[in-house]
Design a protein around this ligand. Sequence first.
Ligand SMILES: [Zn+2]
Length: 153
Amino acid sequence: MPFKDFIERLSDVKVQKGDIPVWWVYTVGNGGEIFYKGLKEGKIKGSYCENCESIILPPRIYCEDCFERIEKFVDVEGPFVVLVMTKSYLDLDGNPLDKPQKIALIGVPDAKGGIIHFLDPDTDIDTGDIVVPFFNKNRVGSLKDIKYFTIKK
Ligand SMILES: [Zn+2]
């Protein structure tokens, strides 16, 4: 049903008190579910397109290059490379941080895509460095299951 009345001035806005029974469930999709379940197991999962023989990170159920359906998922074990990085001096609310957070796009040379994540704040890491994920002991299936990426020792 189309709207018949349009509000053109802020003074015409009316307040209606009450509750609106709205709810939703956000899903991460089939590929995302494989990715997050993998994180819970301490693994980074990717999808493998058998048609163009490429690994895609994070996993997708369709190849973005050849549009083939993907049904094969693999453990991506690296090497993980810092493709680009930056430092954030503010938190999400704009408050100054005690210590800047290093944020990077982590890629794998033989894979398409990548993961945006934090870098170890206490280690000197630069673009092009090989890093490894540092997983938390208690994992729940979240991107935060990886505490950060750090230099491989
Ligand atoms: Zn493909």
